[in-house]
Design a protein around this ligand. Sequence first.
Ligand SMILES: Cc1cc2nc3c(=O)[nH]c(=O)nc-3n(C[C@H](O)[C@H](O)[C@H](O)COP(=O)(O)O)c2cc1C
Ligand code: SF4
Length: 509
Amino acid sequence: MKIYVPRDAAAKALGADEVAAAIEAEAARRGLPLTLVRNGSRGMVWLEPLVELQTEAGRVAFGPVTAADVPGLFEADWKRHPLALGLTEELPWLMMQTRLTFARCGITDPLCLEDYEAHGGFEGLHRAIAMSRAEILQEVIDSGLRGRGGAGFPTGIKWKTVSEAEASQKYIVCNADEGDSGTFADRMIMEGDPFTLIEGMTIAGLATGATRGYVYMRSEYPDAVEVMVEAVRIARAHGLLGPSVMGSGRAFDMEIRVGAGAYVCGEETSLLNSLEGKRGVVRAKPPLPALEGFLGKPTVVNNVISLASIPVIFQKGAAYYRDFGLGRSRGTIPLQIAGNVKRGGLFEIAFGMSLSQIVDDIAGGTASGRPVKAVQVGGPLGAYFPRALFDTPFCYEEFAGAEGLVGHAGIVVFDDTADMLKQARFAMEFCAIESCGKCTPCRIGAVRGMETVDRIARGDTAAIPLLTDLCATMKSGSLCALGGFTPYPVMSALTHFPDDFAPMKEAAE
Ligand SMILES: Cc1cc2nc3c(=O)[nH]c(=O)nc-3n(C[C@H](O)[C@H](O)[C@H](O)COP(=O)(O)O)c2cc1C
Ligand code: SF4
């Protein structure tokens, strides 16, 4: 029998290793031959550990499974058991998705190259190798892919700048710092389908003339680091990385670097300083990293999901990818649904879905059963959306029009017990703690912001215009988006939930 138990960190946190050990022990006790595959997660975190059994009809899912359930599952011959969910592919959560970037995640053995190739892996790279640099760049531009790290900058244009720069050495740097609250797409793909990222970075190298790549990973992701290090070793051993990628005569190699842990090290210039062994302080722009990046050389800095979306674009063609989406937001976006929800996890879908569809239909409302009060989209620097704005389509321009941001597509849901004044204070506190200290509006402003919110909490109404004024200063005067975007959660809380900022609120309580 062939059984799949995820090796994904979320599944492991919920007991996947214990379940895998219990399955091996029970099969051995019964003398049953067993092939146990540690796959990636399917993204249904509320069902983890999700165990799958290979049958003639397809893979059948069971979840959430505990080690104590395992003897009973064998006893029932893995049939008619209360934890049985039916064929995995027919689960509504998966059927409703358009999985392009995450097509293989949860299906293949993450570190098995044969499995990767059997599921379309390296088809994109094969195609790219046969193309000229200009053709590769045009394909990425035509796909409409925009950076999934937060800023939404067109990936093809960034690559073109690096490609056209004259230099003895160029670099591809993958930003795997994934610091946004409620986000885990980068981690999930690195643990569940690492060769996709390697393939995407290699194509970026071919497009720009960069021969070296780095993946800058956060230290809080030890499982992902382990998988990526091993995947790079395997790729190199098979000639997929090295002096002649797939025998093409073109060189590209890469290595994994682990950061020491700071939210601001996800900001691209701060990341480059950290990668060079310096303190993670933001650099003034210009010069752009595309012209003077790692060690002063032209560098592509791209998010994990941006790079991991490249292989499918080359496998299926730019037009195919571009066909999904709405307006200037093309392709698919892996939504990461978290917070107070019934069903949390990763849901990849074309841009354009409304927030109410995401929160009510896909996430199933709150886990507490109470009404949804607010949704924060885009991490700690993202705006809080009230229900009145839930018809906003999930797209870059539409979110910006509602004073919000898509960011890395993290969605954190709050029920009606949330206190938005406390959330506003938290945003200022987060900025004060994580500020790199280089510019005054952020370094000093965030601390004054905490104090000003505290004054409002004590009933000082005069502090409300002061907070608005401070936010305007931080927004326009900060050097990077940490100080510049902290006003989004603060001002959205104040604008959409004024009752929580009512004078004498705390005193009355
Ligand atoms: C404070 C701060 C933190 C950031 N953290 C991340 C991060 O963890 N991952 C990421 O990809 N981008 C992060 N960014 C955005 C990067 O600066 C940069 O825009 C991105 O890596 C570019 O890649 P993309 O074009 O593929 O999105 C952050 C930006 C700021 C201002
Ligand atoms: S906004 Fe904050 S994090 Fe960004 S450069 Fe200024 S002090 Fe540093």
